[in-house]
Design a protein around this ligand. Sequence first.
Ligand SMILES: [Mn+2]
Length: 417
Amino acid sequence: MAFRFVHTADIHLDSPLRSLALRNPELAEVVGDASRKALIAIVDLCLSERVDALIIAGDLYDGDQTSMKTARFLATQMSRLHEAGIKVLKVRGNHDALSRISKQLVFPDSVTIFGGRASAVILRAPGNDVAFHGLSFSQTRAPESLLSKYAGPSDGMVNVGIMHTSLAGAPGHDVYAPCNVADLHGHGFDYWALGHIHSRTIHAGSRKVVMPGMPQGRDINESGQKSVSLVTVRDDRSIEIEERATSIAQFERLDVNISGAIEWHDVVHAIRSALEELRSSIFSPHLVVRLKLVGNTSLAWQIIRDQDLLLAEAEQIGERTGSVWLEKLDIDVRTLEEFVDGADPVQELAQTMRSNARSEAFREQARALIHRLVDELPPEVRDFAGKDESEANDFLERALSEGTDLVTARLRERDLQ
Ligand SMILES: [Mn+2]
């Protein structure tokens, strides 16, 4: 009889909101609750697919801020699995090491948390025994490979290894129990249930080496579909892996090119079509979008000036499209070249401002002004213009460019009245 399990990792339960752009309290609630909803979705999947086990390859918790509320929530979900006869096997990750509640929680005996010494748990389905090998490192840092601590495969059964590891390294992820994918393929286990890296990868090779990615993204840097693996071990010991989507709120970046827009409603229309198209391709209940307008248009100045109105408009479109939330609106639009000619006094003035802004004498004055301002500010906000010279230069560059655009937009406004 086939043996089935769900493999997940990096749930980061009750992780605090990191995105400062979540100023909308309703959106903050959707995102703040999402890691719990994702865990509920995982348990629902285990129940509806009648799997034999749930494997959690580390970072169930997010760190020391998790509270007893988190513990109660978790206990409820674990008992749902317990009552259905589904085993839970878990190793700790670097974030679990910081969690205080993980030491106080008492789970039903169907939950196994692997300890500091590698051990194996054998789960039996009729005619199909599976050995799960796991090891938990109790510290937040694990600079060395843990692979040599794992025993070899048990004879006569399918072997699954559970490990929290940064593999050969991944941008944005701390080094943790590093090891080579090739060594995992060569160890003799049939399936490696990994965790730590937040994006999903199945590492090609002779065995199944699976980093499932997190089941729910937390901010725009964790965009895209998030999921778990539903794994079937057949009687002939072949292994089938299915990806099942779990995220409640999916983050996406969306660039909308509005080149050629002539009227305000052209811009609104472009935003609406783009949001509707994206929504139709995403099945997650909530879609959280960082929208960026790009392109050349004669409306550039008006878009820069009235971006608050445009954001409100885009939020309304999102609401009507169906649970589409605007995380942020970025504007990177340019004025059409053909409008840059001497016949237009505002444009002429804008050009003069731009060329003045490039002169060294003007920059010197601007730098002196920033220095005076910094001296008058309390220490904790003095970094606003950068922490070193190169950052200060970048700040100046940005301030001059955005300032010129803003002044031009304001002059236009008066021009029209
Ligand atoms: Mn981790």
